[in-house]
Design a protein around this ligand. Structure first.
Ligand code: GLN
Length: 544
């Protein structure tokens, strides 16, 4: 069977949740036994989102092979339980970079290099890449941006050409639009959808399915209207009404047979019912928790919930595994001072200090980890969060008051967190970011070992600085336990405090590999510890 391609475009506005729709469709098809993957094409000029401010673009999701990608790839991995890769996120910047490199190398043999055909050919090559070698039955491609944007034109043109080149049954296009509700008129309006489909058609692409995002149910008459004006069958107009959780979106789409319609279009067997038992069980657990706990997420990008997307999702997974609703309270680290730390963290049964770059808000992060350490509140420090916990420990326990990181104070006398020579050698001075999955070897008898239940784990990284090994003896002497190291480089991967019920810092990002069906062990154990902490507190109160 030839690999089939499904394209998902978006109209009217951005932020309609194209990634979730694409991931949900992929989930339904996968649940029918098909091998499915998803990729995202972003029309912006940045070569990758690695340099984008999280305020601008949300979290930067890192793949197993070290690509810095759009956060939608996180949704793809969480929904499908598969790994995406460098090939799964393409931007205009990447496409142009390849074409310009080829031009410089003389590959075009003196020809004028143009958007059509050269840029569109490169986009098409990348669109079809994951389908090579029959690894997948279906490749779903989400086109970022909104139809009608100048930047997205070459991408839509590439979709048109792929559709034209492939046999009809090998390709389908889904267009996601918004059907807004006008409160004053008490009416749902289809005009923006009509216009955006017309725009898509003007660009040469006729959608096969229209998915309408809406806050209110879409009556049959309106579906018919959309179908008529947009030139699709009425059954191919799907209502994507707001759901309680993103994880319910596949079930809502399945009720309307979106997967069946796609299979029919692609002339694939649609008689196998999707097996979504594990997924439904997970949703049931989210909806009916028997316990609830509050945890603090201390970071500097807390105003934008997308900035810590994977951490928030990992808590949903870990909460479900513990039959618990985890209420995550984002706390702006810049607000935390000696005088108010107690008040700001009051009632929290666990404290997470988030990853990040730069010194803004760092003092608040150090204070939060100190508070967790001293009050024996379960603590998880992720990446920069671990580095901040180490600075607290070095300054306040190991008696190195000047301890710092060269990220904030390059000339510091005590670079407890520093760029390691080995790392500089390995990656070259200009590119010292450690990206992607690396092995950690965990020592037996540690809390980390108890959490993972094994010695070797692979977790994903995105950082430059490390715990400086020159300071390890002093820190260990003062009571810090080094629970895991990278077996090849010796870099410290996990630290913990033995005289604390749960205090762990990790140099990697455990949240990136958490899925509903395989929650990250560090998060499930952290939630367990937070529940136990709540338990001791309650027990304490009772015994008074
Ligand atoms: N800024 C720190 C470093 O580069 C931590 C990065 C992170 O938290 N992802 O090492």
């Amino acid at each position: 069977m030839a690999t089939k391609y499904v394209f998902v475009t978006g109209g009217v506005t951005s932020s309609l949740g194209k990634g979730i729709i694409a991931a949900s469709l992929a989930k339904l098809l996968q649940a029918r036994g098909l091998k499915v993957t998803i990729q995202k094409f972003d029309p912006y000029i940045n070569v990758d989102p690695g340099t984008l401010n999280p305020y601008e673009h949300g979290e930067c999701y890192v793949t197993e092979d070290g690509a810095e990608t759009d956060l939608d790839l996180g949704h793809y991995e969480r929904f499908l339980g598969i790994y995406t890769s460098k090939a799964s996120n393409v931007t205009t910047g990447k496409v142009y970079q390849t074409v310009i490199d080829k031009e410089r190398a003389g590959t075009y043999r003196g020809k004028t290099v143009q958007v059509i055909p050269h840029i569109t050919d490169e986009i098409k090559r990348r669109m079809l890449l994951l389908g090579k070698g029959r690894k997948f039955d279906i490749v779903i491609t989400e086109i970022g941006g909104t139809v009608g944007d100048i930047e997205s034109l070459p991408f839509i043109e590439a979709v048109r050409q792929v559709q034209w080149r492939l046999p009809e049954e090998d390709c389908a296009v889904i267009h996601l639009t918004l059907v807004p509700y006008l409160a004053a008129a008490k009416e749902l309006k289809t005009k923006p959808t009509q216009h955006s489909v017309r725009q898509l058609q003007q660009e040469g692409v006729n959608p096969d399915i229209i998915v309408c995002r809406t806050e209110k149910p879409l009556p049959l008459a309106l579906r018919r209207k959309v179908a008529l004006f947009c030139n699709v069958r009425p059954y191919a107009v799907i209502e994507a009404i707001d759901q309680k959780s993103i994880y319910e979106v596949p079930l809502n789409l399945q009720r309307q047979n979106l997967d069946g319609i796609v299979l029919n279009l692609l002339k694939l067997d649609n008689t196998i019912e999707p097996n979504l038992d594990a997924w439904k069980c997970f949703i049931d657990r989210i909806n009916n928790p028997s316990k609830q706990i509050d945890v603090a997420l201390v970071g500097k990008y807390v105003e934008l919930q997308d900035a810590y997307k994977s951490i928030l999702e990992a808590f949903i997974h870990a909460g479900a595994a513990n039959h618990t609703r985890v209420r995550v309270h984002p706390i702006q680290s810049e607000r935390i001072h000696e005088e108010n730390v107690k008040e700001l963290l009051a009632g929290m049964k666990g404290i997470v200090v988030a990853p990040g770059f730069g010194s803004r808000g760092a003092d608040g992060k150090i204070l939060a980890s100190r508070y967790a350490r001293e009050q024996k509140i379960p603590f998880l420090g992720i990446c920069l969060g671990m580095q901040m916990a180490i600075l607290d420990f070095a300054r306040n326990v190991a008696d190195i008051p000047e301890a710092d990181t060269t990220e904030f104070v390059p000339e510091t006398e005590h670079p407890v967190i520093d760029l390691m020579e080995k790392e500089k050698e390995m990656m070259g001075m200009n590119n010292t970011m450690r990206l992607g999955a690396y092995q950690s070897k965990i020592s037996r008898g540690t809390l980390a070992y108890k959490v993972y239940g094994k010695q070797t784990v692979r977790e994903r990284h995105r950082h430059r600085y490390e715990l400086n090994d020159k300071y390890i003896p002093a820190l260990v002497k003062a009571g810090l336990k080094i629970s895991a190291k990278n077996p090849r480089t010796g870099f410290v991967e996990i630290v913990e405090l033995p005289d604390h019920p749960f205090f762990i810092g990790v140099q990697f990002h455990p949240e990136l590999k958490s899925t509903p069906e395989k929650p990250a062990p560090l998060f499930t154990s952290f939630v367990e510890a937070a529940l136990a902490y709540r338990g001791t507190k309650i027990a304490g109160i009772k015994s008074l």
